[in-house]
Ligand binder design. Structure first.
Ligand code: ADP
Length: 290
């Protein structure tokens, strides 16, 4: 870890303007210990060859995973479920950005303008928010929405080893509808989706059905929609995802860390299959719930 620390100090010095931020990221992220990189593994059979280190002795650290995927694909939903199951924090940079937006901090108005246009916040600001979140040090995490640029991925790679990158995929047609259907209860924070997606299979391509995830009656009158979940802004976010974030698939594929997962439907169909793909079984789920 000391080597990693020094390496990062050197890189941080070389790469202004992010240096001071990276230095604090080094301190916080490097408090996580490092496991096998797995970089020598073949991507498609990564899990088949190497069952994931899901049960750790006290000396081992917990999983360090990243969730990739287009806006609306369900990164937050599945990352959050897995974080409960595995007992690691779910760290979503979108939530960190929204937290900053809802504060009266100096960044809020600058961020609102960027986020509400569907643009990406600068790497510098994101690393700064993430550094603050990780100040206490984490032993294991599931990152959602970070990294989103090759530069962010390089910074992350410099400070710690990521075990696995789960790339969630869904038919493009469903993504816009899922974003537009998102609702959050302003009181309890529960996340729902009022969209009912029913895409018929055509010319050999499979159909897709995703039932809505409706709120309970006591939340119905308190639902709010994210300011950046309008049609125009979602289309811009999808465009930016394809241009700037999608190259991360190759970045992680070439390192043997990418697990591609095509969502077969809504949560009832997808969750058990995702557990299976991750070599987690229902016993893991039951023991986590107990
Ligand atoms: P999405 O539904 O598009 O995946 P998120 O909730 O992850 O949305 O993020 C909301 C917004 O926060 C993004 O559109 C972007 O402006 C900003 N954001 C979140 N994570 C990052 C990141 N890693 N880099 C740059 N901007 C980010």
């Amino acid at each position: 870890m000391a080597v990693l620390h020094r390496l990062w100090r050197a890189r941080a010095r070389a790469s202004t303007p992010i240096s001071s931020i990276a230095a604090s990221t080094i301190r916080t992220l490097s408090s996580c210990s490092v496991a096998n990189s797995g970089a020598d593994l073949e991507a498609p059979s990564l899990l088949a060859q190497n069952p994931l280190p899901l049960r750790h002795g006290p000396k081992d650290r917990n999983v360090q995973w990243v969730f990739l995927g287009c806006p609306g694909v369900g990164k937050g939903t599945y990352a959050s479920r897995l974080s409960h199951l595995l007992g690691v924090p779910h760290i979503a940079t979108g939530d960190l950005v929204r937290g900053e937006l809802s504060s009266s901090g100096p960044l809020a108005s600058q961020l609102a303008e960027i986020v509400n246009q569907g643009k990406l916040v600068s790497d510098e600001i994101i690393i700064n928010l993430l550094s603050k979140r990780l100040e206490a040090g984490e032993s294991g995490f599931i990152l959602d929405g970070f990294p989103r640029t090759i530069r962010q991925a390089e910074i992350l790679e410099g400070v710690t080893d990521i075990d696995l990158v789960v790339n969630l995929k869904l038919q493009e047609e469903a993504l816009l509808a899922k974003c537009l259907g998102r609702r959050t209860c302003s009181e309890c924070g529960g996340n729902y989706n009022i969209a009912c997606i029913d895409i018929k299979g055509e010319n050999g391509s499979p159909g897709l059905y995703m039932a809505p995830l409706l709120p309970p009656p006591h939340c119905e009158s308190k639902l709010i929609t994210r300011a950046d979940d309008t049609e125009e802004v979602v289309k811009e976010r999808l465009r930016i995802y394809h241009d700037v974030t999608q190259p991360l698939e190759e970045f992680y594929r070439s390192r043997g860390k990418l697990l591609e997962f095509d969502l077969p439907g809504g949560i009832p169909e997808s969750w058990p299959k995702l557990l299976q793909a991750l070599n987690l079984d229902h016993n893991d789920e039951q023991s986590a719930a107990a």
